[in-house]
Design a protein. Sequence first.
Length: 324
Amino acid sequence: MGWWQIGTDSLAGSRFVVSPLAETVAALQTLHAATGAHPGERAWLAACLPAYRARLAAEPLDALLVRAAIGPTWNADFLTPTPTGDRERSFEEEVEAVRVVEPADAVPQLEVAVGGPVPEPLRSARDLPHRLAGVLEWVWRETVLPDWARRRRVLEADVVARTAQLARDGWAAALDELCPGKMRWLGDGRLQVNPRAYPPRRFDGGRLLFVPVTPNKGWVSWEGSERSAIVYACSGALTDATGPVVPEALGALLGTARAGVLVRLESPKSTSQLVALTGQGLGSVGRHLKVLLDAGLVRRGRAGRSVLYEWTEAGAVLVRARKG
């Protein structure tokens, strides 16, 4: 298995980071695979895939580059630079890390991704980092940016949920839930990051970053011993924009919008999460929560700086009864 030996200082200083570039790389991987993990992602693919394919058809070398950079088990390093984590950066700032890679370094990295020699004309090209940055700019502009406000709310909501779980259950549980089936805490400072037979890496004192993305994709990256990143897919309940179905009877009783808030509170969620999930405004969600609190259908508690809401027993009985 692939595992990291993480020092105490690295774990204590770790943080969650929202990265527009990571979101765009994950979107590119989804377009490349042409398969969606849930109805919302499949709808996005149906809308964006024809234009993406037309873009690559117009630039055959870019199409070859994407196929090589997204390897079967490993991505080319210059496709997935590690975020700095020092401050929030724009996509335009982040994509420069791809563009400024030395062209001479690109082919060896592609060889690792494809697991063998890189075919012509990629081997002879002298502008591969610049080309890949151009593809990512197109994916960002045409497929991610139009929906970035919603995506960002979802990412921030996931961070709130993860930090709440961390405060409640500790690192071992939080890391086990990050990438179920792939990542788990092994104890003694060892974190399994994937099930493959890679040699272990030691991170002691460097910055450890956790980076959520809304597509069902994930990878790891590192920049020497200075910093490392684990990119993971948001929980399915957050990324699937369709959400749970509001029972007709419950909608008639509470109003569809208020019922839409209530049905999503089987597990604790913050106001910002509910805004992301329902598409309702912050003021509207706040008013619905007050009514539900006053009615004894939800309770609230604090996790760090976040206030989380969840069903009371009465709320659970009401939702489940109206589903029956």
